[in-house]
Design a protein around this ligand. Structure first.
Ligand code: NAD
Length: 306
């Protein structure tokens, strides 16, 4: 019989958090506490589960959390997750992406209670990697404040776990796509996943905007596969204290992606601070967590544009 758990999802009303909530409601009997202040998330994303007795929602900033003692596992997703705004609103991003994570980590230390802490990290920490496909041993090369903040949290977890029995897992997501990836009301929506933006513009009969020459390549991973990786990291028996790449193990150019949707596209200037290529080596997650990426980007696109 599966062991039941009481878990916390921060950023539960965001793109990935709400898909993780769907996954855990459907595949477990766990009780789930969710926090979200709707800074970029959306009430609609969680409304389906609001009446569910297994889900307790707090519309609050995560810096108001005063104890983690009731939880077996913390999925920490709350963040301002966009590369370009992190260059402009630097202090706000440090606060959301680093200081708030440290608030939770420090709570574990103060309470001397260490639930499994599953941190949503990013392939952005590799910059433009030298080794393709890229494994977890790749040199870290943060090209943006956002990437650096993700790496700082990883590094703090590693450093602090030399002194305290912290029980953490870093999941380095590559380029997620899937339901709810594009929220038109999100103040930073222009920088959300290119799959979501392209499909939104296609649906609204607008030309797709391809940055640079479109030759930059991305490893697109369906959000349901990310949710499954979080679940497997939560149920792993034993301490991991390590990082996993969570990508599809494949790469395509942004221009190829645009062409998969429509021929109505145009080019706009390249954005600095973004990688030329992401392409995950997912051997470690397969071998250690027993995780696989099951969803196919082409199937998803064909379904959406028909
Ligand atoms: N989407 C991506 O391309 C991507 C790639 C790699 C990693 N990640 C990471 O995955 C996580 C989730 O990203 P997402 O795409 O779902 O983003 P999102 O913006 O859709 O979700 C983030 C959620 O956190 C909430 N939030 C932010 N600050 C908060 C605070 N202080 N208190 C309470 N709630 C707060 C927002 O309202 C939002 O609902 C982030 O940590 C992000 O860095 C995302």
């Amino acid at each position: 019989m599966k062991e039941t758990k009481n878990v916390l999802i921060t950023g539960v009303a965001g793109f990935i958090g709400s898909n993780l909530l769907d996954y855990l409601i459907e595949n477990t009997d766990w009780t789930i506490v969710g926090y979200d202040n709707f800074s970029t998330g959306n009430k609609k994303n969680v409304s389906e589960h609001i009446q569910n007795k297994r889900f307790v929602f707090f519309e609050k900033n995560i810096d108001t959390i005063t104890s983690l003692k009731e939880f077996d596992c913390v999925f920490h997703l709350a963040a301002l997750p966009r590369i370009q705004p992190s260059f402009e609103f630097v202090k706000e991003h440090i606060n959301e992406n680093l200081v708030n994570a440290m608030h939770l980590i420090e709570l574990m230390i103060k309470e001397n209670y260490f639930p499994r802490f599953i941190f949503s990290s990013s392939s952005a920490i590799y910059g433009t990697p030298i080794n393709i496909p890229t494994n977890e041993e790749e040199k870290i090369d943060c090209l943006s404040p956002y990437a650096f903040q993700k790496y700082e949290v990883e590094k703090y977890l590693e450093l602090l776990s030399t002194r305290y029995p912290i029980n953490y897992v870093n999941l380095r997501y590559f380029n997620p796509y899937g339901p709810r990836s594009f929220n038109p009301e999100n103040k930073f929506n222009a920088y959300s996943s290119v799959v979501g933006i392209f499909l939104y513009r296609f649906k609204n009969k607008q030309k797709l905007l391809v940055t640079g020459d479109g030759e930059q390549k991305r490893d697109f991973i369906h959000v349901a596969d990310l949710a499954k990786a979080n679940y497997l990291a939560a149920i792993y028996n034993g301490k991991l204290n390590t990082s996993f790449n969570i990508g599809n193990g494949n790469t395509i150019s942004v221009l190829e992606l645009a062409k998969m949707i429509t021929n109505e596209y145009e080019f706009i200037p390249k954005r600095e601070g973004e990688s030329e290529i992401t392409f995950a080596d997912i051997t470690k997650a397969k071998e250690v967590l027993g995780w696989t990426s099951d969803k196919n980007l082409k199937d998803y696109i064909l379904e959406k544009i028909k």
